[in-house]
Design a binder for this molecule. Structure first.
Ligand SMILES: C[S@@+](CC[C@H](N)C(=O)[O-])C[C@H]1O[C@@H](n2cnc3c(N)ncnc32)[C@H](O)[C@@H]1O
Length: 205
């Protein structure tokens, strides 16, 4: 990945994703998480302060060592046991039907083979288990979409493979999830091309 991807980018993500404006969204998306949780793209642990008391433990999946290091302070401040349990959402080292809930925040944009990652989440969730997500993706407006397509090649280069045009709801549905809760909106304070968010929950069959 090189020095930029390994050392610099996780620090940029820690600052950009750590902006205060995202906190109410993190609080909302973490509501209802329970039991054994798998978090995809744990990053620097920015969701840790929002895990509810109903969470028993978290298996964190994150390739970036620096992200994990940046999470140390948040990990010390929580009573929820969090273990770095995997490096790649495309190949989860967990048994079938082993997690109660899953969490993914602004991660499905970046995982190279997102369909495989979602089928992995589905596999490791117990039947009826829920994936809680807030993700940016393809905008509802044609004008914004045109700009997303123009900027996407640059975005991918600068932000470690981050796509702007992934149709989040379609991807979840294609992976076999049933969406039970969905809010779609432009994130306040973010450029529309990067802030067309889908927040909700999806149930594994
Ligand atoms: C935009 S960041 C979001 C981080 C975190 N979820 C948050 O909300 O702050 C995307 C994250 O996905 C991680 N990522 C990239 N490829 C991945 C993969 N194959 N499996 C799991 N996570 C991955 C990145 O390292 C990065 O931490």
């Amino acid at each position: 990945m090189g020095l930029y991807g390994e050392q610099v980018l996780p620090r940029i993500i820690n600052v950009a994703c750590g902006l205060k404006g995202a906190q109410p969204l993190r609080r909302r998306v973490c509501e209802g998480l329970e039991g054994d949780v798998v978090e995809l793209g744990f990053g620097s642990g920015l969701n840790v302060p929002f895990y509810p008391d109903t969470v028993k433990r978290v298996a964190a999946v994150e390739p970036a060592d620096v992200g994990w290091k940046l999470a140390e302070k948040r990990l010390r401040a929580t009573s929820v046991p969090v273990e770095r349990s995997g490096l790649d959402g495309q190949s989860l080292p967990f048994a079938d039907n082993s997690y109660d809930t899953a969490l993914s925040t602004w991660t499905l944009c970046t995982i190279p083979d997102v369909a495989t990652a979602l089928s992995e989440v589905r596999r490791v969730l117990k039947p009826g288990g829920t994936l809680h997500f807030v993700e940016h993706g393809l905008a509802p407006d044609a004008r914004v979409r045109r700009w997303q397509h123009r900027f996407e090649p640059m975005q991918k280069k600068v932000f470690g493979g981050c796509h702007l045009t992934r149709p989040i709801v379609d991807l979840l549905t294609a992976a076999g999830f049933t969406i039970t809760d969905l809010d779609e909106f432009y994130e306040e304070g973010a450029p529309k091309i990067m802030g067309a968010d889908s927040l909700g929950t999806a149930i594994a069959p």
